[in-house]
Design a protein around this ligand. Structure first.
Ligand SMILES: NC(=O)c1ccc[n+]([C@@H]2O[C@H](COP(=O)([O-])OP(=O)(O)OC[C@H]3O[C@@H](n4cnc5c(N)ncnc54)[C@H](OP(=O)(O)O)[C@@H]3O)[C@@H](O)[C@H]2O)c1
Length: 347
């Protein structure tokens, strides 16, 4: 691909007036010269996470610096590199790391503040983005751009939850909630690691899809609101080793019932609410290890890619939208009809 020249224009979505999905518009932006350690990426595909919907609606950060380009996840081809760039080269297929400055170790305020599509200077809903050379990760060879665009947030979060803070072991049992991006990656990683799964969904139709993925034990959390007790029954009253908790306030109480003594809960999302009251007693009585997870570092991303490559894991994509259809894609996420990832084909 030919690199655009400084002064050329390209298209990107911008949040620059009122918040709201309907306010999100395509705008012309101007190509600026690269810094010495930067790379220019022609974005081929991007994917949506629940956070992106919150960002666009002004619910993630009401003080968002505008104009802002939304979406954290994207994959594309490097078309230009700065004069001192050594890690990557023109033509490489790459994804952006969710937090461009979190390379390894623990995060700090600075790395968290600069996450793509929600506070930092760049977002992926754009034909071109400029990132530091350290902020990109090579795409596993067996994945297309559309597939790779699903990895930076949901997949890295699921990986972090299961393998970084508390390493899942073969033969252990993992409970996942719902059938969004994070949960389906968690299922695929747990299957590759030889773990048992118990997966919930609020839809019988999606439960059939979970079964088709090889998940034997499923619970409809709408029909069985007491799914914590049901999980105990499915595990000979022992409980599960790990829970990938995306529900938050409204589901933690059931998770405390479902987890085994000394088990691990990775708190990732608050789909069921953030303000609910939760009785903390089981945390101590069952010696539960409750760990908050915020996506992950580039090093975690690379470890995950090694596993994805080894096991030839393919992300589950529900639907692909065109670049002009970003509003529809966000509304589709809002409707919660999806099973897995929603992708936007940029070009
Ligand atoms: N901490 C982090 O770093 C991080 C990273 C990524 C995502 N997140 C958060 O994690 C959550 C999931 O993200 P995602 O991108 O996977 O979202 P998503 O793709 O939008 O998944 C939503 C799905 O979750 C299920 N769900 C909704 N309400 C539920 C409830 N009360 N109990 C159980 N399942 C419920 C539904 O599946 P069914 O229709 O099958 O029930 C729904 O389709 C969000 O809150 C997101 O903000 C956090």
């Amino acid at each position: 691909m030919v690199a655009p020249k400084p002064g050329d224009t390209f298209k990107r979505y911008q949040i620059d007036g009122d918040f709201g999905v309907e306010s999100l518009k395509i705008k012309d932006a101007t190509v600026s010269p690269l810094g010495t350690d930067q790379v220019r990426i022609a974005v081929k595909a991007t994917s949506i996470n629940y956070r992106d919907l919150l960002v666009c609606k002004g619910l993630y950060n009401p003080n968002l610096k505008k104009p802002a380009v939304p979406l954290s996840d994207g994959a594309g081809e490097i078309v230009e590199v700065g004069s001192s760039v050594k890690r990557v080269k023109v033509g490489d297929r790459v994804m952006g790391a969710f937090m461009p400055r979190w390379i390894s170790g623990s995060p700090n305020n600075d790395v968290v503040r600069l996450a793509l599509g929600g506070g930092g200077d760049e977002g992926m809903l754009s034909q071109y983005v400029v990132l530091d050379e350290d902020a990109v990760v090579e795409i596993p060879a067996h994945l297309s751009f559309l597939e790779a665009a699903t990895l930076p947030c949901a997949a890295v979060t699921a990986w972090h939850a299961l393998f970084e803070d508390d390493c899942l072991k073969p033969g252990q049992t993992v409970l996942t909630q719902g059938t969004g991006g994070v949960s389906l990656f968690a299922i695929q990683f747990a299957q590759a690691a030889g773990a048992h799964l118990i997966s919930t969904s609020g839809s019988d139709e999606k439960i059939v899809k979970l079964k088709n993925m090889g998940v034997v034990n499923t619970i409809n959390y709408k029909q069985t609101p007491g799914w914590g007790k049901e999980t105990l029954k499915l595990t000979s009253m022992n409980g599960v080793d790990h829970i990938v908790e995306v529900g938050g306030g409204g589901t933690l109480g059931e998770s405390f019932k479902a987890v085994k003594i000394g088990g691990h809960i990775a708190l990732i999302g608050v789909l069921s609410g953030a303000q609910n009251q939760v009785n903390p007693m089981p945390l101590l009585m069952k010696a539960i290890r409750l760990q908050g997870v915020y996506v992950g570092s580039r090093s975690m991303f690379e470890s995950m890619n090694a596993a994805i490559t080894l096991h030839k894991i393919k992300p589950v994509i529900d639907r692909v939208f065109g670049f002009e259809e970003a509003q529809d894609a966000l509304r589709y996420m809002e409707s919660a009809q999806h099973f897995g990832k929603i992708v936007i084909h940029v070009g």
